[in-house]
Ligand binder design. Sequence first.
Ligand SMILES: C[S@@+](CC[C@H](N)C(=O)[O-])C[C@H]1O[C@@H](n2cnc3c(N)ncnc32)[C@H](O)[C@@H]1O
Length: 212
Amino acid sequence: MDPRHATEFPPGFFARDDESDDGGFYGFDRFVTHIDDGAIAAVGALYAELGLSGPASGPVLDICSSWISHFPDKPERLVITGMNANELAANEMADEWAVKDLNAEPTLPFDDDAFAAVTCAVSVDYLTRPLDVFAEVARVLRPGGVFVCTFSNRCFPTKAVRGWLANNDRGRVNIVGRYFDLTEGFEPPVGEHRNHGAVGDPLYAVWARTEG
Ligand SMILES: C[S@@+](CC[C@H](N)C(=O)[O-])C[C@H]1O[C@@H](n2cnc3c(N)ncnc32)[C@H](O)[C@@H]1O
């Protein structure tokens, strides 16, 4: 594990109320949406703005995925990883899927420079070794590729890391920005509230491109 998880964040930051195997928690199928329609549209609008949606996207990896990946149009090729096989198999946009517990083993089973983009929707709060995962994302991204993390103010509280729960929305944008700052190979991240004025779920995004 990257030792900076312990040196750059307060003690207990990555602890969780429920430290049981994530496979047990996510073994139960959840064919639900975790954010409302307006927030989903805000995710899709950002993906389109960044060129990740539609046939010109290049290959895209959606980590911490489920039965829905929020692209307005199917990317050229979409690979997804997540925790629940039934949910992943039901993702109609996905060309390929694999179960991958990134807390048990924070590696991505893909070649260097394999993807033009990587996405992580409403899930970065569950990563207990985010610096290891972000380093893997940088490795599998092509130079100039983009990693997009989106999140709202909802979560499974027993599985979110304590540092996330202890912060407000602005603090969470800063946390994800810090993950990027601490990962070699990313340009400075952009963090934005993407749906100002929404009456429903707020939607925040932090993203950065790989150098080169
Ligand atoms: C709130 S859901 C979001 C699912 C999907 N990205 C979406 O936007 O609907 C949280 C997801 O985080 C993923 N997740 C949680 N713990 C994980 C872990 N240890 N390793 C990999 N993925 C994990 C699961 O796949 C779960 O579906």
